[in-house]
Design a binder for this molecule. Structure first.
Ligand SMILES: Cc1cc2nc3c(=O)[nH]c(=O)nc-3n(C[C@H](O)[C@H](O)[C@H](O)COP(=O)(O)OP(=O)(O)OC[C@H]3O[C@@H](n4cnc5c(N)ncnc54)[C@H](O)[C@@H]3O)c2cc1C
Length: 466
């Protein structure tokens, strides 16, 4: 696919300015440049036009107008994506959902929230908590990512171990298809099995099958008590084995987050100091309604950890200490950048029993290729962020080999190439490692059925698209 002719884009711009209002369309070069990148480090792909939707009707209008002129459209929200999903690879229109940012309603009786897609995830969490309710999906980017982006990537976070991922909380949606049709899919009730499960199909569709313009989410009562401990190990393999043993013990913490030696080095002293000798750590968090029960659970987890070599377990004494610990965890990705000039971050997931093998495999790979590998992440659900740190483009051949090997190791262990960031642009070359040709072809047929012109977010997920 080629970038569309500027004349076609100019025609789209004129029509959208007339229909949406001039303030809802931008061709300002500085703004276009901003919309040309996200958090994937996959390069710059500036759109030729940005359209800011304020309603379902606006989204329908953008699709109808742009596609009539054969101009591609790429949905974009907060641009925190790590797989390049919002990058307009072939130019055209970036369709921004940021201005659709209203929490429409929260019902404590029905335990539901109705939100527009541009609502920041953290804003919904806070609004629910103020009413004694809980929205559990907590991608570490919750302070700035949006519910629409979470829907598209089926985002998950540390609490997925106990509470599941975004898909588990989506009851229904207003969904605009690339043809411009708007469908109300799903339900408002916890149960409901009428027709095909289209929410199941569209959640995780990475902005390639349409756009969510209103979302009905399930909430749950907020656990009244939360306790967090930091378990210190000398070695990451001991920590990984301890995580596997904790999970096999019958306990279900809400988070088990792993930090290896390189990650600890990166965040040590940034608002949180690790004890001397720490070569790996696990953040273990439990929740419920009774302090005694939580203390007992943490004590049991600590005993399992000690049996696997833990040298200490430190209990956060209050919310301020808990937040300090989590703030340190949230900063790992950025802090690793300070260790080496270049970083590539993967988000593979393996069956939980295979976590030690995966980590050992990645470390050995790094040593063999002369690269620093940092592994941290949501070890409780097997979703590991394996990062390759390197000095410059001269190491790119080794980095590419390391990436390919990492994906192979993951798939051979029964895992998946992406646990939460999506395939997008970043991982489309690896999809065939995990999925057989017939399955990929079936999904491409589905895409063609829903987006016959192939103009919605082209070039994503599948290598041959676009
Ligand atoms: C520091 C950091 C930590 C992170 N931690 C996590 C984590 O713990 N777990 C996790 O899952 N992710 C994590 N991420 C990745 C990222 O935040 C998530 O993928 C998030 O869901 C993207 O949301 P966004 O609003 O930024 O979407 P964008 O990046 O703008 O877009 C992402 C995709 O969504 C599509 N899209 C946007 N809005 C809509 C819509 N309304 N309808 C249909 N498609 C749409 C876009 O086309 C694109 O394909 C992290 C990112 C950073 C930078």
């Amino acid at each position: 696919m080629k970038r569309p002719d500027p004349a076609a884009v100019a025609a789209v711009r004129a029509e959208l300015e007339a229909k949406l209002g001039a303030g809802q369309v931008s061709a300002d070069p500085d703004q276009l440049e901003v919309y040309g990148h996200d958090e994937s480090d996959m390069g710059d792909f500036a759109p030729q036009l940005i359209a800011f939707a304020r309603s379902t009707a606006d989204v329908q209008q953008v699709f109808r107008t742009a596609f009539a002129h054969q101009v591609p459209v790429t949905p974009v929200a907060a641009r925190s994506g790590k797989s390049g999903g919002s990058l307009p690879l072939y130019g055209g229109v970036s369709l921004s959902l940021e201005r659709m940012n209203r929490i429409v309603s929260i019902s404590p009786e029905d335990l539901t929230a109705v939100v527009e897609p541009g609502v920041i995830t953290g804003a919904l969490m806070k609004a629910a908590e103020e009413l004694g309710l809980f929205y559990p999906p907590d991608p570490n980017s919750w302070e700035f990512c949006s519910i629409g982006g979470n829907i598209a990537e089926n985002a998950g976070g540390p609490r997925a171990l106990k509470y599941g991922v975004t898909r588990d909380y989506v009851l229904g949606m207003q969904w605009v298809l690339p043809t411009g049709e708007a469908l109300r899919i799903g339900k408002r009730t916890i149960k409901g099995v009428a027709g095909y499960d289209l929410c199941g199909l569209f959640v995780g569709s990475e902005g390639t099958l349409g756009v969510a313009t209103e979302i009905t989410l399930q909430l749950i009562p907020r656990p009244r008590k939360v306790m967090t401990a930091l378990v210190i190990f000398k070695d990451v393999l001991e920590a990984a084995r301890a995580v596997s043993a904790m999970l096999a013990s019958g306990l279900l913490p809400r988070c088990l987050e792993l930090l290896d030696d390189v990650s600890i080095r990166a965040i040590d002293g940034r608002g949180f100091s690790f004890p001397p000798g720490a070569g790996a750590a696990v953040i273990a968090e439990v929740d419920g309604n009774h302090d005694d029960a939580l203390l007992l659970e943490l004590e049991q987890l600590s005993q399992i950890a000690a049996a696997h070599g833990a040298i200490d377990t430190l209990l956060a004494q209050d919310d301020a200490q808990r937040e300090k610990l989590w703030a340190a965890r949230r900063v790992v990705s950025t802090a690793l950048r300070a260790l080496k000039p270049f970083k590539i971050s993967e988000d593979i997931a393996v069956p939980r029993s295979k976590i030690p093998e995966a980590i050992a495999g990645f470390k050995a790979l790094g040593a063999r290729l002369g690269l620093t590998v940092a592994t941290y992440g949501h070890a409780g659900d097997g979703n590991l962020h394996a990062n390759i740190l390197f000095d410059g483009p001269h190491q790119r051949p080794q980095v590419d080999e390391a990436l390919a090997q990492m994906m192979r190791i993951t798939v051979e262990l029964g895992g998946t190439i992406t646990g939460e960031h999506g395939v997008g642009y970043a991982k489309r070359a690896f999809l065939s490692l995990e999925q057989e040709p017939g399955l990929i072809a079936f999904q491409q047929r589905l895409k063609t059925f829903i987006d016959p012109l192939g103009l919605l977010n082209p070039g994503k997920i599948f290598e041959s698209d676009g």
